[in-house]
Design a protein around this ligand. Structure first.
Ligand SMILES: [Zn+2]
Length: 442
């Protein structure tokens, strides 16, 4: 992206100096990724199963990599909001199913209540109904719901305040999560209790989304309410509409016009889209059957382009959680990523999202003076939420060996670099902060 450069008129007194300036003196761009690296990677985890924290996170800490954890807050002891049904009395709904079959009008209410029926595998049956609905098989989904209610009607206590549990103990605790977050790992919503949101009615969907957000806000603070992943990787339009009003960033889908999204279920590759958009988000979800060599190949593919963001999604580890992989594979894979860190920007899902959005709505206004470049870096987003520094690349004179970059109270002296265009300096800058001033430090 070429950014506008304001070229000041040379005053007569500095004409000689101006004429000495290199052709590209002052030309500034916000680099596509932090530190002008050719690719970005985010390592994400779903469901908060215990070995993500006992096995994978320590490996990442040893290597200095930060991850994103999408957690179900009901599975953390001491959470304020338990899974519950919000709506008419459950007994009333159960009674109605004796005389009316499930259809498109009542599916969402019944599928929401289904998780709280006192039948064997109520959660699994709700999930099955949701999966069929999302596979565009509504009639089959209605049948699953009808069969479940038929079982419930035979019971004396047909409904229950059961707590739909995704995990078995041991659970991770809030004090531990707080310490991980303080160490730079990102935490985001995976809802309270992992329902099939596509078949929840409005009240129950909003309860799962909004109360999970409130729990994260109360326990961890506003940073942990930025990113979310709606369960089962759903891309259901109705769910996305609701969820994007609650969270600015969803791993499921993003609203950006500048981003191609290849979700973890696709067989399409970044190469097919390399010139279509400014950025490509390429998700890969390694399962048990995927070898470390296959996982390494994602990184090798990434490095063939300059606009791809690899988003890895992991689940179970060492026998605990869905599609559990041995932690030794994480260790080998993360070490491979670390070895290539000079070419890879490894950052949380939220940080990469913020960087892209700030850059795409940002501008660097340049004023060239005698032996000095002044730059005002701004973006049009919410300044409290979008506070990630951006990497700028500014061309200077070819005889500058070192440059001093000053923004407010911060001053950095850095050697200049050169490419085919000319001599430049690369540095981090805070958007909407003080004017950046670049001078020679020779
Ligand atoms: Zn999940």
């Amino acid at each position: 992206m070429r950014l506008p450069v304001i070229i000041p008129l040379c005053a007569l007194t500095v004409l000689i100096s101006c004429s000495k300036q290199d052709e590209h003196f002052g030309q500034t761009e916000i680099t596509r990724w932090k530190d002008n690296k050719p690719a970005a990677i985010s390592i994400t985890y779903d469901d908060a199963s215990i070995n993500q924290f006992r096995q994978a996170l320590p490996i990442m800490d040893t290597l200095g990599l930060k991850g994103t954890f999408f957690i179900n807050t009901a599975d953390i002891p001491g959470s304020q909001f338990a899974p519950k049904f919000t709506g008419r009395p459950l007994e009333e709904i159960i009674k109605e199913t004796a005389t009316s079959i499930t259809n498109a009008q009542n599916l969402f209410e019944r599928a929401s209540a289904l998780r709280f029926l006192n039948i064997e595998n109520a959660i699994g049956t709700h999930n099955q109904a949701g999966a069929l609905y999302e596979q565009n098989k509504p009639e089959e989904s209605f049948k699953v719901v009808d069969d479940a209610y038929a079982l419930a009607r035979k019971k004396k206590n047909a409904s229950t305040e059961i707590r739909p549990v995704l995990l078995q103990p041991p659970f991770i605790t809030w004090p531990e999560i707080k310490a991980f977050a303080a160490n730079g790992h990102e935490f985001g919503s995976h809802t309270i209790s992992h329902p099939r949101l596509a078949v929840l009615d409005e009240n129950n969907m909003l309860y799962e989304l909004e109360k999970c957000k409130e729990e994260l806000l109360n326990q961890l603070g506003p940073e942990s309410t930025f990113s979310a992943e709606c369960p089962f990787g759903t891309e259901n339009e109705r769910v996305m509409d609701y969820a994007l009003k609650v969270h600015p960033a969803l791993r499921n889908r993003m609203p950006e016009p500048f981003l191609v999204e290849l979700n973890r279920f696709t067989s399409h590759t970044p190469g097919e889209y390399k010139k279509q958009k400014e950025y490509i988000q390429w998700q890969r979800g390694p399962l048990k059957r995927h070898t470390v060599e296959e996982m390494k190949s994602y990184v090798d593919t990434l490095l063939r382009y300059d606009n791809v963001w690899l988003v890895l999604t992991f689940h179970g580890i060492d026998g605990v959680g869905w599609e559990a992989k041995p932690h030794q594979e994480h260790k080998a894979y993360f070490s491979y990523i670390k070895q290539k860190e000079d070419k890879l920007w490894v950052a949380t899902f939220g940080e990469v999202t913020k960087y892209m959005r700030e850059r795409m709505s940002g501008s660097a206004k340049v004023e060239k003076l005698k032996d000095k470049i002044s730059i005002n870096l701004t973006h049009t987003l919410d300044k409290n939420q979008y506070n990630v520094p951006l990497t700028l690349k500014t061309y200077v004179n070819s005889d500058w060996k070192k440059a001093q970059v000053k923004q407010g109270a911060e001053t950095v002296t850095t050697p200049t670099l050169a490419d085919s265009v000319g001599t430049f300096v690369m540095y981090q800058a805070r958007p909407n902060g003080e004017t950046i001033e670049i001078t020679t430090a020779d």
